[in-house]
Design a protein around this ligand. Structure first.
Ligand code: SF4
Ligand code: F3S
Length: 276
């Protein structure tokens, strides 16, 4: 790893020199791993080394072999991109469209998913097989629900009705207290967290759907999918088997919103230039 603005020893000009040197020596071969969304409404909202995140990203991505977007902000806009998105935050694949972008969403993303993806890219010539949202199928190919150890309770209709009721204490299914596991694709139920210790559902809290687009804006964290009022969740409530449809619907919603922000930012920039 040649450059990481919090882990590297170097700082200031030396750090930037390391980035430039790494890019030059590995042109066309290096990987760029990005976390965080990019603010477009005003590029000055976030800067590193005196340049905007947008400028640094475009510069660094230009001669990269592939981009890995880690976390729900980099992949789908995340919390900064949530309505009303005051900074005009966009996902990485909204900016770079001419090279492979591998999306590893999660709030936060699972460490083994990140290292596993980097290991794949270092070990094999190509890009891992991706789903319709650019996520590696090896980690995002199955819904949490499909691997959840509480699934037998779901099948038997045994649901916790509130947190800490008798059902919850018995470890019953958390669907009725808002679990989005049936429409959420991630590896939490198999890889788990903290070296395999646990994951949200195992600690007694339903899955919030943090690896799906726009999960902050879908509302109803504690509402069952079947009673959700939000349109995107209604799609999701249709059936676990068509969970991908929810992803597509939410993704389209998020992307439409982002496109409006991009247009507004471009218009604002043109007006500013004209005024100048
Ligand atoms: Fe597990 Fe949630 Fe599915 Fe219930 S609804 S089986 S808690 S993933
Ligand atoms: Fe996120 Fe659900 Fe896993 S909330 S951490 S995808 S269990």
């Amino acid at each position: 790893m040649d450059y990481h603005h919090t882990l590297q020893n170097a700082s200031g000009h030396l750090a930037e020199a390391a980035r430039e040197q790494a890019m030059e020596e590995n042109e066309g071969e290096y990987l760029v791993v990005v976390d965080g969304s990019i603010p477009l409404a005003n590029e000055g909202y976030s800067t590193i080394a005196g340049i905007s995140n947008l400028q640094m990203f475009q510069e660094t991505a230009e001669h990269a072999k592939a981009i890995i977007a880690v976390g729900s902000c980099a992949t789908f806009g995340g919390i900064p991109g949530a309505n009303p998105n005051p900074t005009g935050a966009v996902a990485i694949d909204e900016i770079i469209t001419d090279k492979p972008v591998i999306n590893l969403p999660g709030c936060p993303p699972i460490p083994e998913v990140m290292t596993g993806t980097v290991a794949y890219l270092l070990s094999f010539a190509g890009i891992p097989e991706l789903d319709h949202l650019g996520r590696p199928k090896a980690f995002f190919g199955e819904a949490i629900h499909d691997r959840c150890y509480r699934r037998p309770f779901y099948e038997k209709g045994q649901f916790a009705k509130s947190f800490d009721d008798e059902g919850a204490r018995q470890g019953w299914c958390l669907y009725e207290v808002g679990c989005k596991g049936p429409v959420t694709y991630n590896a939490c139920a198999t890889l788990k967290w903290n070296g395999g210790v646990s994951f949200p559902i195992q600690s007694g809290h339903g899955c919030l759907g943090c690896s799906e687009p726009g999960f902050w804006d879908l509302g109803g964290f504690y509402k069952p999918l079947s009673t959700a009022k939000d349109d995107a969740l209604k799609y999701a409530a249709g059936a676990a088997a068509v969970g991908a449809v929810a992803g597509v619907a939410a993704s389209a919603m998020v992307r439409n919103k982002r496109n409006k922000v991009l247009k507004a930012a471009a218009a604002a920039s043109t007006t500013e230039e004209e005024t100048t």
